[in-house]
Design a binder for this molecule. Structure first.
Ligand SMILES: NC(=O)c1ccc[n+]([C@@H]2O[C@H](COP(=O)([O-])OP(=O)(O)OC[C@H]3O[C@@H](n4cnc5c(N)ncnc54)[C@H](OP(=O)(O)O)[C@@H]3O)[C@@H](O)[C@H]2O)c1
Length: 235
């Protein structure tokens, strides 16, 4: 049973549900988020305005005082006020592409860099970075969603690379990307009406499934993109 869980990008719908469930299981929960701590937060909460790499590093150092054995990175943007995902390359906008790469790859990369020493030294550490099946190049039969797909494919490579580097120093570490399954959050909200019945999961159900993935993780899984049922998805 895990004792301490750190959730980065912890205001996300899925991140909040993981925090609640972990807390209910008796784990110490720490959150790093751009958002301010809610009043009377039951969790350790570190606000990171993402102003500089240094400020993110400070947040990580504070959160590591709680010696997490599980770290979940939830940061990811599919749409915002600037734009919806592109249906065609004619809609590709370099500024939006740059923003998606920033939020979906650069920010997780900075956090993982700040965590590197800890990951290299902590026995049985488990890291789940939330990615998406649509970031699988092999699985892509539909096209579209250029910026999101490209950024998640790059995230998968980031985590694969890191897993190899950490493995040489700490063979007991398990570091993976995970597709959480389509979940009822702000991220999926504009696209929910077209889903087949039964595909949309509640955040509580997704959190439960992701914590089961965490429980099943071994160092042999490291570097892979896992589905919500812990099966391996192709890159
Ligand atoms: N919901 C789904 O159906 C689904 C499907 C496949 C994959 N995913 C992935 O699962 C993860 C969590 O998604 P969710 O559905 O819970 O989404 P959500 O509720 O919309 O949460 C958004 C997340 O992205 C972070 N974020 C937002 N804008 C950002 C920015 N400009 N820079 C850096 N971080 C930013 C937020 O961090 P703060 O706490 O700092 O605000 C939060 O962690 C994402 O990586 C998403 O791609 C979700």
């Amino acid at each position: 049973m895990p004792q301490s869980v750190l959730i980065i990008g912890g205001s996300s719908g899925i991140g909040q549900a993981i925090a609640q469930q972990s807390s209910a299981e008796g784990a110490v929960v720490s959150v790093i988020s751009r958002q301010a701590a809610p009043i009377a937060s039951p969790w350790f909460w570190y606000q990171d305005a993402l102003q500089s790499q240094h400020s993110s590093q400070d947040c990580i150092e504070q959160a590591l005082q709680h010696k997490p054995d599980t770290i979940v990175i939830c940061n990811g943007v599919l749409h915002d006020a600037q734009g919806l995902p592109e249906k065609t390359i004619r809609h590709l906008d370099s500024a939006i592409l740059t923003q998606r790469l920033q939020s979906n790859v650069v920010i997780p990369a900075q956090y993982l860099q700040a965590l590197f020493r800890y990951l290299s030294r902590t026995p049985q550490i488990k890291v789940l970075v939330l990615s998406a099946k649509v970031g699988s190049i092999t699985d892509n039969q539909l096209g579209g969603w250029y910026s999101y797909r490209m950024s998640k494919a790059a995230l998968n490579m980031l985590v694969k690379n890191l897993s190899l580097e950490v493995q040489r120093l700490n063979p007991s570490a398990s570091i993976v990307t995970v597709h959480p399954g389509t979940t009822d959050t702000a991220l999926s909200e504009p696209f929910q009406s077209n889903l087949p019945t039964g595909q949309l999961q509640t955040t509580a159900h997704t959190a439960q499934r992701l914590l089961q993935v965490r429980d099943a993780l071994t160092p042999q899984h490291s570097g892979n993109l896992l589905n919500w049922d812990a099966s391996i998805l192709p890159f």
